[in-house]
Design a binder for this molecule. Structure first.
Ligand code: PDD
Length: 283
């Protein structure tokens, strides 16, 4: 997928190939940093403010000082779209680390390293229409999953396990209690009610998750934030997941078993429609 040439850094805009970091870099050596992934449709950010608010919450949680104001960062991210003449469906990736310094666990006295770049990302239209298959796997992550930190090893391993099984995503559970997926939030529908894990430290508080809640409310679909079990997953009428890159994605199989009839559900489709309207998606 094409990465746009101009990258935003703490030193302003630079060309992709000019971006180099020393090998003693906190993100590389400790995963000591945070990140965001923001959706772009037709050259416009979707949920920019929500993502930037979460970035600042993550920064505060790891005691990382971001040396710029939210509104200035948003302005520069908008400029990044302009300097790259972005008109496509794409994603922005940004990360901030505790800087470059001799390797030592304690915080260094260093400036942060920050960069943001844009990469083309077409909508996963086929999967959105047909639904995806998933596996379940134990959630072996730490107790701060609400922080969007660079420490993604358990997520990476879980995603690869899913792919090794010919699946799209891995659903995490803690002793049978479902939390979220390797890179998305998860929901079940039972008797017309949507259930999803509450916004605790055990899940990432997804920006699309907040939107799903809003769409459900405006469509008069009850939205209950309550832990559910693996058994509930297998007995659900509908299952779907959400993220900035997956949107609202129907789940049609879990561990080889069909969810209900094995087709995307009616409520999931309604939410997908609400998402498309909200994001201003035109085909
Ligand atoms: N992941 N849970 C996890 C563990 C995630 O990594 C993500 C997003 C989400 C959904 O968050 P949002 O709705 O704000 O995208 C939930 C991004 C897409 C990623 O890491 O690539």
């Amino acid at each position: 997928m094409a990465v746009y040439q101009q990258v935003l850094t703490d030193d302003g805009f630079v060309k992709q190939e000019q971006l180099h970091f020393p090998f003693e870099e906190r993100g590389l050596q400790f995963g000591d940093g945070i990140y965001e992934v923001i959706r772009i449709y037709n050259g416009h950010y979707y949920l920019l403010t929500e993502h930037i608010d979460r970035l600042y919450r993550s920064a505060k949680a790891i005691r990382l000082h971001l040396p710029f104001r939210k509104q200035d960062l948003c302005k520069q991210l908008l400029e990044l779209l302009e300097v790259n003449h972005v008109r496509t469906d794409a994603k922005l990736y940004l990360q901030a680390t505790r800087g470059s310094a001799p390797r030592d666990h304690a915080f260094p006295n260093a400036a942060i390293n920050f960069y943001a770049y844009i990469e083309d990302l077409p909508r996963p239209t086929e999967n959105l229409l047909q639904g995806v298959e998933t596996i379940t796997t134990p959630d072996v992550r730490w107790q701060h999953c609400h922080i969007k930190s660079l420490n993604l090893l358990p997520n990476v391993l879980a995603k690869q396990e899913a792919i090794d099984h010919g699946c799209f995503e891995a659903i995490f559970h803690n002793n049978g209690k479902v939390t979220e997926c390797s890179s998305s939030n998860i929901y079940i529908v039972k008797k017309g009610i949507i259930f999803t894990h509450p916004e605790t430290n055990q899940i990432l508080h997804g920006c699309v998750r907040s939107k799903v809640k809003q769409f459900a409310t405006s469509l008069s679909i009850p939205f209950v934030e309550k832990r559910f079990l693996l058994e509930d997953l297998s007995r659900a009428d509908e299952v779907f997941l959400s993220s900035s890159t997956s949107e609202i994605m129907p789940v049609i199989k879990i561990d080889g078993y069909k969810v209900a009839t094995g087709q995307p559900g009616a409520l999931t489709k309604k939410l997908q429609h609400a998402y498309e309207q909200d994001a201003g998606i035109r085909d």
